[in-house]
Design a protein around this ligand. Structure first.
Ligand SMILES: NC(=O)c1ccc[n+]([C@@H]2O[C@H](COP(=O)([O-])OP(=O)(O)OC[C@H]3O[C@@H](n4cnc5c(N)ncnc54)[C@H](O)[C@@H]3O)[C@@H](O)[C@H]2O)c1
Ligand SMILES: [Zn+2]
Length: 361
């Protein structure tokens, strides 16, 4: 087992990563002095597979757990779903020291975190992420949110969990496409801050695809370390944290242009990273060799490297509506090398359009 600390003064917490975290979860739940009544939020897929075992674990630590199941899928990240959960929390009698456990992917984590941040102005929150994307990204860093009809993640908060428990066994039932989705973010960490990690992914691509236990433990913990390090320097995204957005400007436009359904977030990120690398190469920030190395790794990990049937003009316009665009200026996260990125707000439109032409086949 590995432990990664997220260093945020009073809000610091540990991420536990391993193949069997039952005793860690039980000890934590028993020792934190939570109120007896707790709530576990999960989705309709995960409920069937893992909810019973986690609920009995928490009950063996002395908690009385009310389970709340939301329909699987992005549409559950909504204010109307949140309202149903508030009602259940009030009726059940959760108090300020009651813990909210999120058992699921990023949808459940973001929604449960939003409830934990707002119900009674905040109660303790614990993440038990079950998707690879949630394990390496959404469960770490304290961004919680629900979607609005007019855009994703528009209503939310920065709210840190008390702990994160990443059990590798969850990955065994995760559909292959969801694994690839998480791999997109893992590759991103290599590009933005660690060339050795990037090389490690390249050298171990075959084993990663078979979910080799010790390799997965290594790459998940390194990803969490990199994200934790960025977040502890810039919890509320005033500067450094923006580098986590590498590949995401174009990813968001891909997700929008394809109605948030054809491509997973991680697939869109993989393609968006190629777009950002293309721009970096056009601006002579990197050479062709580095561009190709990124493209090769994405292919080696059997992720998609382009998208189909997306309208380039529409996508180009949509990047100006991204919530990270300020005063019409897009902060592009671009590569200086593999392992280092920088922010550039002056990329000529022509180059952006060429990059879109490259990633849309
Ligand atoms: N808060 C953040 O910093 C942050 C960062 C990245 C993404 N996100 C958010 O995360 C969400 C995407 O997360 P996601 O990709 O985990 O999506 P998700 O939560 O919808 O999970 C994907 C699918 O996999 C299923 N699933 C999850 N774990 C499983 C398991 N172990 N076995 C079988 N099925 C399993 C789910 O039921 C779902 O159908 C988006 O809403 C995105 O905005 C948040
Ligand atoms: Zn992402």
């Amino acid at each position: 087992m590995k432990i990664v600390k997220v260093d945020l003064d009073k809000n610091s917490y540990n991420i536990f990563i391993g193949g069997d975290l039952k005793s860690e979860i039980k000890n934590f739940a028993a020792n934190e002095k939570f109120s007896k009544k707790a709530m576990l939020i999960t989705d309709s897929n995960i409920e069937k597979i893992f909810a019973d075992q986690i609920v009995s674990l928490l009950e063996s630590a002395g908690l009385n757990v009310k389970i709340f199941v939301v329909p699987a899928g992005e549409t559950s990240k909504s204010l109307s779903q949140a309202e149903k959960i508030y009602t259940a929390a009030i009726e059940y009698g959760l108090d300020r020291k009651s813990a909210i456990f999120a058992l699921g992917g990023g949808v459940v984590g973001d929604l449960a975190g939003f409830i934990a941040a707002t119900y009674l102005r905040g109660l303790p929150f614990v993440q038990i992420p079950t998707s690879l994307l949630a394990q390496v990204d959404s469960s770490v860093g304290g961004k919680v949110a629900v979607n609005h009809q007019l855009g994703k993640n528009l209503i939310g908060a920065f709210y840190q969990p008390k702990a994160v428990f990443i059990d590798l066994n969850f990955l065994k039932t995760l559909p292959e496409r969801e694994i690839k989705s998480g791999l997109g973010e893992i590759v991103k960490y290599g590009v933005i801050s660690d060339k050795n990690f990037f090389d490690y992914l390249n050298d171990n691509a075959d084993k990663i695809l078979t979910l080799d236990h010790s390799i997965m433990e290594k790459i998940i913990s390194r990803s969490c370390e990199i994200k934790a390090n960025v977040v502890s320097h810039d919890e509320k995204e005033s500067g450094l944290r923006r580098i986590l957005n590498f590949g995401h400007t174009m990813a968001h436009s891909i997700e929008e242009a394809s109605g948030y359904s054809r491509y997973t977030h991680g697939e869109a990120v993989a393609v968006g990273m190629i777009g950002a690398a293309f721009i970096s190469r056009e601006l002579k920030m990197i050479g062709d060799e580095e561009f190709k190395r990124l493209e090769n790794l994405i292919n080696k990990l059997k992720m998609i490297s382009h998208v189909e049937n997306c309208d380039v003009d529409h996508m180009f316009k949509s990047i100006f509506r991204d919530k990270k665009t300020i005063n019409g200026k897009i902060s592009w996260v671009l590569m200086k090398s593999i392992g280092e990125v920088s922010i550039n707000s002056n990329v000529p439109d022509e180059i952006v359009k060429e990059a879109f032409d490259y990633i849309v086949k």
